[in-house]
Design a protein around this ligand. Structure first.
Ligand code: LLP
Length: 431
């Protein structure tokens, strides 16, 4: 199986964390997201222990909430002792209301509004990751009004191409995010930040992309960033203490994707970073990382009920399900490839080539094309694997479809973390 939390039981049914997915579909209905809490916790621990081991106290993972945000995930992150990154007032409000220690929350985004900044300051957020001059000015102004000195990192673009999907490359020079070293705008914003009375510049941030399996893009970025830390020290006398390397370690979506060990990769990245710090004569900074996908993607799957199986002779076979692009827009947006399994026939050969289509009134509403599954029939349960990241968080109400629930499973319990929306929920703001 694709991941170690998945299995097949004596009834030939797919299991996650030991639970029969066909029984889960019966109990909670479809479509439903199912998340393996034990796997999320294990991933948090792998990152936390590896970062602490290689970089010492203070170094830690910050969960990138954009991958999957709800109250429960912040409670898990809190219990695991990691930090969080948020990118909007909504994520910030949720993490705050979940009782998360706000000093470990970092506020991202390339266009924080005045209201976002006010909310961050009122929630006593640990750090803003400042993207641009206007934002720097506004944070300083609002911090002054409140008579506080606000910790910040500056978002820097190191100009690394991580050889991944173009739509998720966010670290190159022409990016909408941050300030580039190459154009000297990075040094200009550092110097500006150091003049602000109500701002404490604590470090730098960079994010090079997503779904990266190699270590080199991270170590190349770290090399550039550490050289820049040295340049800052030389030009301003200020030694910045924190270097945040962003998110992006890859996840296995199909059998063609490699297995990587996050623990080993962090070890390899750490060795290089230590060399670079020595070579460039700066003290080893506190290293933060912001994993999103690699903490939650493989912990999730989505359960659907099959409706029609339409065979168009000489063309293709369509398997229609009771969800689609509103609960998983990633194929429609990025042609992201998934592995699907007929959950009640999990041991039967996957020899039926088909297109998995959603139920929206739109031809582009597809979950997979040319994929191989067991030939299903109406009312079979289809599981789409590795949907724990960027599915629920990117879901919509298109065609006025209610959002599916999130069911959490762990060795000793299963429970609803987010309940299924009703038609009345859809109408709650209609006046
Ligand atoms: N930190 C920053 C500043 C980011 O921009 C991102 C992702 C992350 C951390 C987390 O990256 P991860 O570890 O999850 O790769 N919607 C797209 C992914 C967009 C990622 C954007 N930034 C998708 O579904 O593939």
């Amino acid at each position: 199986m694709l991941h170690k939390n998945l299995g097949i039981n004596e009834n030939n049914h797919l299991t996650i964390c030991g639970y029969d997915t066909v029984e889960l579909a019966k109990e909670y209905g479809t479509p439903s997201y199912v998340m393996d809490e034990d796997m999320i916790r294990e991933n948090c621990r792998i990152y936390k222990n590896a970062l602490e081991k290689h970089f010492g106290k203070g170094s830690m993972p910050l969960y990138a909430s954009k991958a999957f945000s709800c109250k429960k995930i912040y409670e898990i992150a809190k219990e695991e002792g990691i930090g969080c990154d948020v990118v909007s007032g909504g994520e910030l409000y949720t993490v705050y209301k979940s009782g998360f220690p706000m000093e470990k929350v970092y506020f991202h985004g390339n266009n924080k509004t005045d209201a976002d900044i006010a909310l961050g300051l009122d929630c006593k957020i640990g750090f803003f990751v400042v993207d641009n001059f206007e934002e720097l000015e506004e944070i300083n102004r609002q911090a002054m009004q409140r008579n506080v000195k606000q910790n910040i990192l500056l978002r820097i673009t190191p100009g690394i191409d991580p050889h991944t999907h173009k739509a998720v490359v966010t670290g190159s020079v022409d990016s909408k995010f941050g300030s580039a070293i190459e154009t000297n705008q990075a040094m200009a914003i550092v110097k500006e930040a150091l003049t602000k009375a109500n701002i404490e510049l604590c470090g730098l941030h960079c994010h090079i992309g997503s779904q990266i399996f190699e270590c080199e893009p991270f170590t190349d970025a770290a090399d550039i960033m550490i050289r820049f830390l040295k340049q800052i020290k030389d030009e301003t006398g200020k030694e910045l203490k924190i270097l945040n390397l962003g998110g992006g370690m890859g996840v296995r979506y199909t059998e063609d994707d490699p297995y990587i060990s996050y623990e080993e990769n962090i070890g390899k990245i750490a060795n290089k970073i230590k060399d670079y710090a020595e070579k460039h004569n700066v003290n080893l900074p506190i290293i933060l990382m912001e994993p999103g996908r690699s903490l939650v993607a493989a912990a999730g799957l989505t359960l659907y009920t099959v409706g029609s199986v339409k065979e168009i002779p000489g063309f293709k076979n369509y398997v229609s399900i009771d969800g689609g692009m509103p609960d998983n827009p990633r194929y429609a947006l990025y042609q992201s490839v998934y592995t699907s399994v007929v959950a009640n026939k999990a041991n039967s050969p996957a020899d039926y080539t088909c297109t998995i289509a959603g139920r929206c009134c739109e031809s582009g509403d597809l979950i997979a094309e040319n994929t191989k599954i067991t030939r299903p029939e109406r009312n079979d349960i289809l599981a789409v694997l590795v949907t724990g990241a960027y599915n629920y968080s990117m879901s919509s109400h298109y065609n006025r479809l209610p959002k599916p629930p999130v069911i959490m499973v762990s060795k000793d319990k299963k429970y609803i973390a987010v309940k299924r929306e009703s038609y009345d929920d859809l109408m709650r703001n209609d006046l």
